[in-house]
Design a protein around this ligand. Sequence first.
Ligand SMILES: [Zn+2]
Ligand SMILES: [Zn+2]
Length: 161
Amino acid sequence: MELPANIQTIIGSILALLGAYAALFLIALVIWTFRDIRSRTRDILLQILATLLVLVFNVPGLVLYFILRPQYTLDEAYEHALGQEALLQDIEERYICPSCKRKAQADFLICPYCHAELRKRCPNCERLINLNWEVCPYCGQEQSESREQTESESGEQSESE
Ligand SMILES: [Zn+2]
Ligand SMILES: [Zn+2]
């Protein structure tokens, strides 16, 4: 069957428009994927693979990319690591009595609840040091003798850890 010439032109231009739209859409997808993968990994090979995946397979490729891409962007991963570090520091700073597990401060000599010995003073420089340290880190004083004394005074509190 024969269509009038002007209808053929209209259909032709609609098809051309659709084709151009599809091409633009594909280019946009590829550019988006490239930007997205670059924010998630510094691995050049992965960046190329992800971009090729979307370039070759289009929308199904994009779906695959969504499934396989790294979970966090580099910024998010960095923030996550920072958060973990802060959390660790928080735990380290929160000192807990090893005997009764109640809150204590890092500079407590004795637990105010159960009277367990938490720290001692270096006999040489008077600074607070851990019970199980063999040498004072501040002045280098050997602690073995005074440690035996504290052990005999306070029972088996000091070797815990
Ligand atoms: Zn205690
Ligand atoms: Zn000391």
